[in-house]
Write a protein that binds this ligand. Structure first.
Ligand SMILES: Cc1ncc(COP(=O)(O)O)c(C=O)c1O
Length: 395
């Protein structure tokens, strides 16, 4: 029998329906989805604006290479101009985050003529060979060397390490503003500024990977903007297509302006459906003031998580994250908690070794947050009871 390779841990749940922040299983049980395909359904499941845009596009032009001009391409470009940082004047489109990271690294390698990159402990940038070269987790890297260039992994948030290691041979420094897969570690403003300064001093390029943090997820349009810095390369993915596979790499004129025909390409990157989904997603983001909503609802969610932490400090070590990229760092492996939360109708995911991560869509309500909080309390009580039982048995 043909089998799908289980690169993932199966969730043991068959989903038959999805709408906004909810999914339903075969028994009709309703779940609050805080997994959202690793955050890519930030605009919700089947957001009607995205669905209708895609339906319309399906009836017009379904597949066409971006070498051809179309209205849908022009519209996407003019909308992207409204949201991309002003210093970035060139971009290209792909389907997934790793592909966009590949072009970011390749371009910086080519334009600088240098072969050394700096990345960080706990960084995640994807699993294609270039992206994997700057991804830290030894479990993902094992057996795949050699990588295409030298990469040095520095401790995240350590300014001295940046000042010491970025030099005239460094092509670029790549980082996430909040490390998503690595455990929701947040870069300090001083650290981001130090990276910018070190890159400027040595002619290296600063590559900011906002595949997970971008498009309003953290309560900023782009998470790096809270440090008031400008990257040379910005990478986006996940939510920018409203759930449809779209990613992009954006460059300053200095880099993008030097990239020429044949330097890179992608058969499906920038196809008409992706362009239409991207346009609808940007319009939704701007017209429905989603970033502002994330700030508001994210604060309420975080406050609730803080209260849970206070009540269960024997289970929870720390509340992590920003906006609607939140998590609870536990004192033990979170797998059991994630499983029990799912049994309590809340779908979450892991980050790093110890964090239960919540990546809900923007329309999550205070009622949903109350349900999540109640489920967390129920699950932690159960875990406490089980611990007491095990301790008594051990005596
Ligand atoms: C920060 C970051 N970069 C890159 C990627 C890779 O994206 P994809 O899985 O779409 O290739 C991810 C995926 O989780 C990510 O979180």
């Amino acid at each position: 029998m043909l089998k799908l390779i289980e690169f993932y841990a199966p969730r043991g749940l068959k989903i038959v329906k999805s709408e906004w922040q909810y999914v339903w299983d075969t028994e009709g049980r309703k779940y609050i989805d805080c997994h959202t395909q690793y955050g890519s359904l930030f605009l919700g499941h089947r957001n009607p604006r995205i669905v209708n845009a895609l339906k319309e596009q399906l009836d017009k032009i379904y597949g066409l290479y971006p070498a051809f001009d179309t209205e849908v391409k022009e519209r996407a470009i003019s909308l992207l101009e409204k949201i991309l940082p002003r210093n970035l004047e060139y971009f290209y489109l792909f389907n997934g985050g790793a592909e966009a990271v590949e072009l970011g690294l390749k371009a910086v390698r080519k334009i600088t003529g240098r072969k050394k990159f700096i990345s960080f402990i706990n960084a995640f940038h994807g699993r294609t060979m270039g992206a994997l070269s700057v991804t830290w987790n030894p479990r993902y890297r094992e057996g795949y060397d050699p990588f295409p260039w030298e990469v040095k992994f520095l401790p995240y948030n350590k300014i001295e390490a940046i000042e010491k290691e970025v030099d005239d041979e460094t092509a670029g420094v790549i980082l996430e503003v909040i490390q998503g897969e690595g455990g929701l570690n947040e870069a300090s403003i001083d650290f981001l500024k130090a990276v910018r300064e070190a890159c400027d001093k040595h002619g290296a390029k600063m590559i900011v990977d906002e595949v997970q943090t971008g498009f309003g997820r953290t309560g900023y349009l782009w998470a790096h903007q809270h440090a008031n810095i400008e990257p040379d390369v910005l990478i986006a993915g996940k939510s920018i297509g409203g759930g449809f596979p779209v990613s992009l790499t954006a460059f300053t004129n200095e880099i993008g302006g030097k990239l020429k025909e044949g330097d890179h390409g992608s058969t499906f990157g920038g196809n008409p459906l992706a362009l239409r989904a991207l346009s609808a997603a940007i319009e939704t983001l701007l017209e429905e003031r989603i970033v502002e909503r994330v700030v508001e609802i994210g604060q309420i969610f975080k406050e609730n998580l803080r209260k849970v932490k206070e009540e269960f400090s024997d289970v929870v070590r720390e509340v992590r994250g920003r906006g609607l990229m939140l998590g609870l760092e536990l004192r033990f492996d979170p797998r059991e908690v994630i499983k029990k939360l799912q049994e309590n109708n809340i779908i979450t995911l892991r980050a790093g070794k110890l964090v239960v991560r919540f990546l809900p869509p923007y329309m999550i309500t205070t009622n949903d947050i109350d349900s999540i909080t109640e489920s967390l309390i129920r699950v932690f009580m159960e875990i406490r009871r089980e611990k007491v039982k095990t301790a008594v048995r051990a005596e």
